[in-house]
Design a protein around this ligand. Structure first.
Ligand SMILES: *Cc1c(COP(=O)(O)O)cnc(C)c1O
Length: 451
């Protein structure tokens, strides 16, 4: 057996962690996870933690799920990987049918890749190429419209459409130009208005921008209903529907980034179902394999797909594909995950849990430093503020969000903040007792750090 206690040293010596200031990491005491079971993760010392963020928003059916494990074992005994370049395979074909079944009705074709970022790259490249091939009347349609503070991934293309200054500004010279609409943020309205008296001014403003740039724009990409990484920012009802209509009227393809919101996270299979949106393309990743293996898919309409058909020498092929595209193990896992949704009636089963969650979230308002609570389904953010009346934030260098999650850790809960927004996103299979523990730990941790 490996000497588990040595692992922390090995990690510090050799591993460069994502989104992490390594000088802090090297100083701090870190948790090394050894195993998982249901909604719990266990470190090498056997200490249990509730996985309060579903291992970065991916886990659905719990860790070490016997049925997912079995599906993987079955597939592994057949074949683990053969390429999708020039070959088909069994599970990726079956999965494609299942994805089309559950997706918005407008979508008919599945293009696989392996991360949320790549699913976005694919949507952008396809939108661009689609209009290039559509004929001279569309020759100016080259630009992408995206929302302020959006997060679509870390590759150069997805960063170009992203709008998070902290992560993205340094790379500006490498990025392509993007047109911006303002994502609604009712707690700190960028237009200084108040919902619902505003009459959705933000949507009107977006409409103007889309109309103005339609002639030079191939697509608009947006996180429907809630922006994740920017701080769990929810949109007011009706905004998404309005964006959809304006895109349709102006021949701008609507790309929905459901990487974070897909697979039941918001209480429906996809967030776009809350407003019956019919996109031209949709990106999915995080929850697709139930949180087991990296996989992503970008779904398209028949019309877009048909725009790439032609004689080989006409150069209308979509020359794009990642090596592990359509991998069998990931596909088999994703199929089983979708079967578990059905078998366990998961989307219905979480409805009472969501009501309970909403109530527990409301209880947090008794803490003075809780400025805003935003959630949809089992996806929530708690924005902590220094002064509730003025909405003044804490100084960045106080690292309040970080301190809260360290407190939570000591109390047996793993969460990760976005600045001073505390993210709560438990696996969909969490039961209401464990939810109570999770939320009381968060309550105590916020109280300990801020009051
Ligand atoms: C996480 C995320 C991505 C990027 O996914 P990766 O798998 O990390 O590349 C893209 N869009 C949204 C909305 C996300 O939350």
């Amino acid at each position: 057996m490996t000497d588990l206690y040595r692992i922390e040293k090995l990690d510090k010596k050799f591993v460069w962690h994502p989104f992490t200031q390594m000088i802090d990491w090297e100083k701090d005491q870190n948790i090394v996870i050894e195993r998982g079971e249901g909604v719990y993760l266990y470190d090498i010392y056997g200490k249990a933690y509730i996985d309060g963020i579903s291992s970065l928003w991916v886990n659905v059916h719990g860790h070490n799920n016997s049925e997912l494990n079995e599906a993987l074992r079955e597939q592994i005994d057949k074949v683990s990987h053969s390429t999708l370049l020039g070959l088909a395979n069994v599970p990726s074909a079956i999965l494609a049918e299942k994805l089309i079944e559950i997706a918005p009705k407008s979508l008919k074709k599945v293009f696989y890749s392996d991360s949320g970022s790549t699913s976005v790259e694919i949507a952008i490249k396809v939108a661009f190429q689609y209009f290039k091939q559509k004929g001279r009347a569309y020759k100016n349609k080259k630009k992408i419209i995206a929302a302020t503070s959006a997060y679509h991934g870390d590759t150069i293309g997805s960063v170009s459409v992203g709008g998070m200054g902290l992560f993205h500004s340094i790379y500006k010279p490498l990025l392509f130009e993007t047109i911006r609409i303002t994502y609604p943020y009712c707690y700190r309205c960028p237009f200084g208005l108040k919902h619902p008296d505003c009459g959705l001014y933000c949507a009107e403003e977006a409409e103007k921008i889309i109309r103005f740039h339609a002639e030079e724009t191939c697509a608009l990409i947006i996180e429907p209903m809630i922006q994740g990484a920017s701080g769990m920012i929810t949109m007011p009802t009706g905004y998404m529907k309005k964006i959809e209509r304006v895109c349709k009227e102006n021949d701008v393809l609507l790309i929905l980034d459901e990487v974070a919101t897909g697979f039941g996270r918001t209480g429906k299979m996809f967030a776009s179902f809350h407003e019956d949106i019919l996109p031209d393309a949709m990106c999915m990743a995080k929850g697709i394999t139930g949180g087991y293996l990296p996989m992503a898919a970008t779904l398209f309409t028949q019309e877009i797909y048909d725009g790439f058909l032609g004689n080989y020498e006409d150069n209308m092929t979509f020359f794009h594909g990642h090596t592990y595209t359509g991998n069998q193990l990931a596909s088999a896992c994703a199929i089983k995950s979708l079967e578990l949704f059905e078998k366990n009636n998961l989307l219905n089963r979480i409805q009472p849990l969501i009501i309970h969650f909403n109530k527990l979230l409301k209880d947090l308002t008794s803490l003075e430093t809780v400025g805003d609570i935003r959630n949809i389904g089992l996806m929530a953010g708690i924005e902590l503020v220094k002064d509730r009346d003025t909405k003044e934030s804490f100084e960045v260098k106080r690292r309040i969000g970080h301190k809260v999650i360290i407190e939570a850790r000591n109390r047996g809960v793993i969460i990760r903040p976005l600045g001073d927004v505390i993210v709560i996103m438990p696996p969909l299979v969490i039961d209401s007792c464990t939810m109570d523990i999770l939320m009381s730990v968060i309550y105590d941790s916020v109280k300990a750090v801020t009051l």
